[in-house]
Design a protein around this ligand. Structure first.
Ligand code: C5J
Length: 222
């Protein structure tokens, strides 16, 4: 049965059994002091508002029996999946693979790579480790969604203009109808978040739709 979200730029219609909630990189390395985000000079507190919206979405999606996918940006301990160009870029205080207060920065299995406890995955939910910004790059995500007949993706997570936007654009090109949940995503740069919201829904939803978590939860309850 289809649900309709009061979305922008116009209503978004989806069937929960053919949809997935994709929560991008809500990891300690991005949201807590001492992780990757802070090594780059960012104020990690700017991402905290997205936690409540994401938690609301998770509750609604779980109650509706929707497929839930969590992603984690992280690399193998030997860094074989981390391009030197990624590790070498900029002047962070610690680089990917260096030891920080939450273990090695952005490395699979380290405490910093974990999803924050407030949004921890439940048994049966998919957890995709991804070496890139986009969750479709070098992962099985498209195959896993295809095997479940998923056609619609609802996005939450961080950061809006890096991993969330990249994944949403990858998904758009693969034929998914995508909705970005406005209060369930944040950026270290609030103006960049606003720009992404504006650009994805411009030109008749050229990349996708946006709505807030209350609107999505209301549709899932209907
Ligand atoms: C970044 C991400 N910002 N998850 N990663 O490097 O957006």
């Amino acid at each position: 049965m289809s649900q309709i979200v009061d979305a922008r730029p116009f209503a978004y219609e989806f069937a929960p059994e053919r949809a997935a909630l994709v929560v991008i990189d809500m990891q300690r390395d991005f949201l807590e002091p001492g992780g990757f985000g802070e090594t780059l000079g960012n104020d990690v507190g700017l991402l905290a508002p997205a936690i409540a919206g994401t938690a609301r979405l998770l509750r609604a999606a779980r109650a509706a029996g929707m497929l839930i996918v969590h992603t984690r940006e992280c690399h193998r301990p030997d860094l074989s999946d981390c391009p030197p160009a990624k590790r070498g870029r900029g002047a962070p205080s610690l680089r990917i693979g260096d030891v920080g207060p939450m273990g090695r920065i952005l490395i699979a299995g380290e405490p910093g790579a974990d999803i924050i406890p407030a949004l921890a995955p439940l048994a049966g939910e998919l957890v995709i480790d991804k070496p890139g910004k986009g969750a479709f790059h070098a992962t099985d995500l498209h195959a896993l969604l295809g095997a479940r007949g998923v056609t619609h993706l609802l996005f939450a997570g961080v950061t809006t203009e890096v991993c969330v936007q990249t994944t949403m654009r990858e998904a758009n090109d693969r034929g998914y109808d995508c909705l970005l949940v406005e209060d369930a995503t944040d950026s270290y740069f609030p103006a960049f978040k606003q720009a992404v919201l504006d650009m994805v829904r411009a030109q008749g939803a050229i990349v996708g739709w946006t709505a807030d978590s209350h609107q999505v939860a209301a549709a899932l309850r209907a």
